[in-house]
Design a protein around this ligand. Structure first.
Ligand code: SF4
Length: 421
């Protein structure tokens, strides 16, 4: 029985645990899961802590980790994982492409109780691409890699089922600046263009659902043609793929398989809300997992800020799950410090959206009260990055104990306090 089926019959214990930190009741959460408007990724082989994603819930954030051909150090990835957990990640995706990928995946799964996602086609596509045989990748190769990840305990998988012949035709007729920026999307587009055959992940979607049912895998329906530049945002290939993903959401729900939908990418501010509304409409309220979105292309080195601006606006308008972006985006593999900056930026975006929806407002109230009291330690205990706040307080203040060096002896709070008292 999948979690969706269990939720049709009542409120599973696991869902009760997941609802504890949410603004809705466990009964309501179970109903949302049964209807496909919320998911809790949970492969019983891994049995992660329940993190509910979807309608009416707190916005969650995902952190991508993973080795590359130039950096195969699994120890470094585990360090990033610990940092991500410390700063509040809700889920982690292992996107390793270097070293012993199977071994790294197992070590990441063993190292955390957070739900873990992966993109199985990276592994099978890369193995073939490195032999210069990408287009020889068979349907069995694709499905076997998904099964292998599920057997290891992966909780959710990105599957680019929406990159169909028709969608690729739309791409060919469009005048995109950046054709395909999704790695999985590029593998499948190349495969389709060479064979002129339908994407096996779409054609044999029923088989994918069978595997997903067997392991209670959550499908993250990937946007292989997401825009990779502002100029390409909300274009026909992107929307055509989203229409296909909406149909696949219906089929996932019929099979009682949890599904969420991935979204862009690069989107200017004025199109962010429209992108969320389109997804919610075309995919009948399926949880929306956005990659950023980045609101400008001109900020390499600061893309975590660009992503947080887009993420906050997307989440305020109904996106449910934000994939973090680090300062190293578009430039190189992030290190531990980049991961921390990315998580914090995403966390602020998620919290800002929750706050505007009336969720978790007490945190800000407590910080404000401590600020008014000039009670620095109480404030530091509540904030997103206590270490940095404490370091700044220590480094930037000489000899002024109560106020700070911003205004010093004309500290507005301190001055008025005397009169108010
Ligand atoms: S010195 Fe200025 S910035 Fe610092 S606590 Fe007082 S009012 Fe705030």
């Amino acid at each position: 029985m999948t979690l969706m089926e269990e939720c049709e019959d009542g409120v599973p214990e696991y869902v009760k645990r997941g609802a504890k930190s949410e603004p809705i009741s466990s009964k309501k959460l179970a109903k949302l899961i049964a209807s496909g408007r919320a998911v809790i990724p949970c492969n019983p082989i891994h049995d992660p802590m329940p993190k509910a994603i979807g309608e009416g819930l707190k916005v969650k954030i995902n952190v991508n980790l993973g080795t590359s051909k130039d950096n195969e150090d699994v120890g470094m990835e585990l360090e990033k994982l610990q940092a991500a957990e410390r700063y509040g990640a809700d889920a982690v995706m292992d996107l390793s492409t270097g070293g012993d990928i199977d071994e790294i995946r197992k070590r990441v799964i063993d190292a955390t109780d957070l739900p873990i996602g992966s993109v199985p086609i990276y592994q099978c596509g890369l193995e073939m691409a490195r032999k210069d045989a990408l287009i020889d990748m068979s349907s069995d190769d694709m499905f076997n890699s998904i099964r292998k990840h599920a057997e290891d305990g992966i909780d959710f998988v990105t599957v680019h089922c929406g990159v169909t012949l028709e969608v690729v035709d739309k791409l060919l007729r469009s005048k995109r600046i950046t054709d395909v920026v999704s790695r999985g999307g590029s593998f499948l587009t190349a495969w389709i263009l060479h064979h002129r055959q339908e994407n096996p992940l779409y054609k044999e979607f029923d088989y994918l659902l069978e595997i997903a049912r067997e392991y209670d895998l959550t499908l993250s329906l990937g946007d292989g043609l997401r825009p990779g530049s502002i100029a390409d945002a909300t274009d026909r290939p992107q929307i055509q793929e989203l229409i296909v993903l909406g149909e696949l959401v219906d089929r996932s729900r019929e099979a009682k398989v949890q599904a969420m939908v991935e979204g862009p990418g690069h989107v200017p501010l004025d199109q962010v809300a429209a992108n969320v509304k389109l997804e919610k409409q075309l995919c009948k309220g399926a949880p929306f997992y956005v990659l950023g979105p980045l609101v400008t292309d001109f900020a390499p080195g600061y893309d975590h800020i660009s992503g947080a601006i887009g993420g906050a606006l997307a989440a305020y308008n109904g996106a449910d799950f934000l994939c973090y972006v680090t300062p190293a985006e578009h430039l190189g593999l992030p290190d531990v410090d980049d991961v921390i900056e990315g998580v914090i930026a995403s966390k602020i975006a998620a919290h800002a959206a929750d706050l505007a929806k009336g969720i978790d407002t007490d945190i800000d109230l407590e910080v404000s009260k401590a600020r008014k009291e000039l009670n620095w330690e109480t404030m530091f205990d509540k904030v997103v990055d206590p270490d940095k706040a404490r370091r700044f307080r220590k480094e930037k203040n000489v000899g002024e104990e109560e106020a700070c060096s911003m205004c010093g002896d004309v500290c507005a709070i301190k001055l008025l306090k005397k009169f108010l008292e």
